[in-house]
Design a protein around this ligand. Structure first.
Ligand code: NDP
Ligand code: 2IT
Length: 445
């Protein structure tokens, strides 16, 4: 790493102690930026790196709510508004007990580059809470969402900051969050949040977009080696929004998806995952994935283990950060792994990424591969601004075009910088350059 980069990285680590995931995300981006700074000393002169690593605004707040037993509960809420050089702050909200500032900041930092890669006019942010929705009634989750928005509303807006979903925040929660925003502000401001229901301002394809986009990226990446998903053995981690739609698109393109998981274990179904059963268990009844195996003859459940024990030609991590490590990758490579495309954010550990790259496995980092979700959020904002609603076919076509462009810009940038096929380098440099140029143009702000 260049001296300039090392100096800034040291400062970032020292100024943000204990934020392990944030350190990891910044280090990974910095490892790609040496050649860009050599060609563009103006970025160093204007302290673009230092500014990029310091969020424009960080909000931490108390979220009080009352559980079904009448007991008062307190959670911590976060919104980190990272960078608005390219457009209003944009990024999801995560409700999960593991959430703390270091996770919100890693996600917000990644979001800046991801949103830049989409080519849409959106800055980067992330938020959420350490609230654990598991085992909570619908009433409890609604009251929590209302309390969360009772503070958040003053910080967001169509032209300011536009949240969406992430882990633990799906269409149901977006409805409750938007309902409270509307009630407090007395404004039907559709563009303030994305992932809305299609009858009240949402966009068709937004629900599917992240998973679909990840698979479209994988397909285009495989095509660079004359391959395709047709007939490939696919393993997906997670069984939430991103995983389910990744499975759907992989199957539509001829992939044979044999396993998926949740935080408690994984299921294997050699006949191919039955999406109808999976949706009923996970989406409708909100039960652990174990129930899938109970309802499908021939499927089996493995508790307390990672899905990467199952052989795969294509692996799609769609659950959470650092869920695919060196040991997993070593085993998968030995059993014929060809490609990894990340539906989740930073699911692969740095050591595992290095191993994938040295083994010649195609590897698409999340900030490129899962950008279809936020890109379709930007399409939702576009429809809201023009009070329009596009058809499924048109919106999916737009998504496919965006994913193809992201893929190609990563591939071309990697080639331009002398490392063809390195999608990490391509994504980081292409994402960085656009934000950095906008920051230079906007002055020292
Ligand atoms: P959901 O809440 O719908 O699903 C999350 C899935 O991941 C569940 O199966 C969950 O299992 C599993 N999971 C969550 N935390 C852990 C953990 N600590 N260990 C193991 N498994 C875990 O979330 P999404 O599908 O929306 O998000 C999945 C990933 O995709 C996240 O990394 C998110 O940041 C990323 N992403 C999401 C986008 C979106 O549009 N929603 C856009 C881009 C990226 P369980 O139910 O047991 O907790
Ligand atoms: O990580 C992500 O890109 C998301 N959770 C989606 C963000 C958004 O604003 O749609």
């Amino acid at each position: 790493m260049q001296v300039q980069l090392e100096r800034v990285l040291e400062q970032v680590l020292a100024r943000n102690p204990g934020e392990r995931e944030f350190h990891q995300a910044v280090t990974e981006v910095f490892e790609s930026l040496g050649p860009v700074l050599e060609r563009n000393p103006q970025y160093v002169d204007a302290a673009v790196l230092e500014r990029l690593c310091e969020p424009e605004r960080q909000i931490i707040f108390r979220v009080p709510w009352v559980d079904d037993a009448g007991q008062v509960r307190i959670n911590r809420g976060f919104r980190v508004e990272f960078n608005s050089a390219l457009g209003p702050f944009k990024g999801g909200l995560r409700f999960h007990p593991s959430v703390y500032l270091g996770i919100v900041k890693f996600l917000g930092f990644e979001q800046v580059f991801k949103n830049s890669l989409t080519g849409m006019p959106i800055g980067g942010a992330k938020g959420g809470s350490d609230f654990d929705p598991r085992g909570r009634s619908a009433g409890e989750v609604m009251r929590f969402c209302q309390s969360f928005m009772t503070e958040l509303y003053r910080h967001i807006g169509e032209y300011t900051d536009v949240p969406a979903g992430d882990i633990g925040v799906g269409g149901r929660e977006i409805g409750w969050l938007f309902g409270q925003y509307k009630r407090i502000t007395n404004r039907y401001e559709s563009g303030v949040i994305t992932g809305k229901g299609v009858t009240w301002g949402g966009s068709l394809v937004r629900t599917e977009a992240t998973g679909y986009g990840t698979v479209l990226f994988a397909e285009r990446m495989l095509a660079t080696r004359g391959l395709g998903l047709d007939g490939m053995r696919v393993v997906v981690s997670g069984s939430g929004n991103v995983a389910i739609h990744a499975i759907e698109k992989a199957q539509a393109l001829g992939g044979h998806v044999v396993a998926c998981s949740d935080s408690l274990g994984y299921v294997v179904d050699e006949a191919g995952i039955d999406l109808e059963v999976l949706r009923q268990v996970r989406d409708v009844e909100r039960l652990p994935v174990e129930q899938y195996a109970a309802r499908r003859s021939g499927a089996h459940y493995v508790p307390s283990a990672r899905v990467w024990q199952v052989d795969a030609q294509v692996a799609l991590p769609c659950a959470t950060q650092n869920e695919l490590d060196e040991t997993d990758v070593k085993r998968l490579v030995e059993s014929g792994l060809l490609a990894v495309a990340e539906g989740a954010n930073m699911p692969t550990t740095p050591e595992a990424v290095a191993l994938l790259q040295s083994a010649g496995v195609l590897y698409a980092p999340g900030k490129a591969a899962n950008a279809g979700g936020v890109a379709t959020s930007a399409l939702e904002m576009q429809q809201n601004a023009s009070r329009d609603a596009w058809s499924f076919e048109h919106t999916e076509e737009r998504l496919a075009g965006i994913m193809a462009r992201i893929h190609d810009s990563c591939a071309e940038t990697a080639e331009e910088y002398g490392d063809p096929g390195n999608y990490v380098l391509g994504a980081n440099i292409a994402g960085f350059t656009k934000v950095a140029d906008a920051m230079l143009a906007l002055g020292v702000v």
